[in-house]
Design a protein around this ligand. Structure first.
Ligand SMILES: Cc1ncc(C[n+]2csc(CCOP(=O)(O)OP(=O)(O)O)c2C)c(N)n1
Length: 364
């Protein structure tokens, strides 16, 4: 019997297999060997910086950090495509894209040290600060896109969100109005399959998050989020489409190999077998195997470069550590030019509490 409710399965975009072999020559992005090598090095830098961040946090020198391990190809590929005239609207787990936009490591350290200046990202024009309230940034992205259309700018907005973020009202409101206004926004979902401890299957019945695009009347695609080549092809096409026509949704299917943040322990909610499977699909490993097979990269190159990167990153960390520490009143600054009465009251109360705490600690 005819079943009107069945829909065909649309394959995920993939170009590079887990062993670093090209499986779809036609969809390979137009990048030369030098470009691919450069992209790999940038991803390697991001991975090295990521590991250093976790180490600094563990030494008590940084408050918190959200690891990127396993997701670097997404930021690596999109970061290459995002131009200086484009806007980058981040969530908080796209380190490689921030770096390619021009953010300095010292600002990233300041950010996670709780120093407000880190949020300014002064070396990265057209980038918003990271957004901890998940998916709220998508509304800002749509507003920026509308302004760009109004000013007839030939550029795009790249807005990132996690799979958990797609369960929010903000996600739906943003995509709906993006579609209605034809704004030039590329929405990138980093589907790492977990929102902290909540797996995707407990958040949605959608087969693929990319399918959500249909409901908004915009194109959507699911891409292998550990495949630098497929991601690059999708990113280039998405930018072009967004500028010419309107918003697009890219779901990059990946896996967060590390913890949600340095305050999380994934062994409480994930099986080691699952983690092992995704280790074999690691995005850097895949691209490295590709480069090695072409004689463009050797293990010695990697070791030497990681040593250089570590030193570079450490120098930046020392600069960040040299900044004056955050003062309690900084928490209340930066949001308003004239602080409203209720916030002033909160600040006074907080100062009273700190005085009390200091006195109490001295006594005990
Ligand atoms: C509006 C809002 N609700 C809840 C939280 C608490 N929270 C922080 S991260 C997170 C999960 C985010 O998951 P996802 O969007 O998949 O991104 P990921 O952390 O996996 O990169 C939640 C619920 C928050 N930051 N903001």
């Amino acid at each position: 019997m005819f079943n009107p409710f069945t829909r065909p399965e649309i394959p995920m975009l993939r170009v590079l297999d887990a062993d670093g072999r090209i499986t779809d020559e036609e969809r390979k992005p137009p990048l030369g060997d030098e470009d691919v090598l450069d992209a790999y090095k940038r991803m390697l830098f991001a991975r090295t910086a990521d590991a250093q961040c976790i180490s600094y946090q563990r030494q008590g020198r940084m408050y918190t950090y959200p690891p990127n391990l396993g997701q670097e190809a997404i930021a690596g590929a999109f970061g290459r495509v995002i131009r200086s005239e484009d806007w980058l609207v981040p969530a908080f787990r796209e380190l490689g894209a921030w770096l390619q936009k021009g953010v300095r490591m010292r600002d990233i350290f300041l950010l996670w040290m709780g120093v407000e200046e880190g949020n300014r990202m002064s070396d990265a024009p057209r980038m918003l600060p990271p957004s901890v309230p998940i998916a709220s940034q998508l509304l800002h992205a749509v507003g920026i896109g509308k302004a760009m259309r109004y000013r007839k700018e030939e550029a795009a907005v790249f807005a990132f969100v996690g799979d958990g973020g797609t369960s929010t009202g903000d996600f739906h409101e943003a995509l709906n109005f993006a579609a209605v206004w034809d704004v030039p926004v590329v929405f990138v979902i980093q589907n790492n399959q977990y929102a902290i401890s909540v797996p995707l299957r407990m958040q949605t019945r959608s087969r693929r998050l990319a399918d959500r695009a249909d409901g908004f009347g915009i194109p959507g695609i699911q891409v292998d989020g550990n495949d630098f080549f497929a991601l690059s092809t999708a990113a280039m096409a998405a930018r072009e489409y967004a500028i010419e026509k309107g918003p697009v949704l890219v779901e990059a299917l990946t896996y967060r190999r590390g913890a949600h943040t340095t305050s999380d322990d994934p062994s409480k909610y994930r099986a080691p077998e699952e983690e092992k499977i995704w280790e074999t699909r690691d995005p850097l490993r895949r691209l490295r195997l590709y480069l090695e097979s072409k004689g463009l990269w050797r293990e010695e190159d990697e070791r030497a470069l990681v040593d250089i990167y570590k030193q570079e990153i450490d120098q930046e960390f020392q600069i960040a550590e040299g900044y004056p520490a955050t003062r309690p009143e900084d928490i209340f600054r930066h949001a308003y030019r004239e602080m409203p009465v209720d916030l002033k009251r909160q600040q006074a109360e907080f100062e009273k509490y700190l005085n009390w705490k200091e006195h109490y600690q001295w006594q005990s």
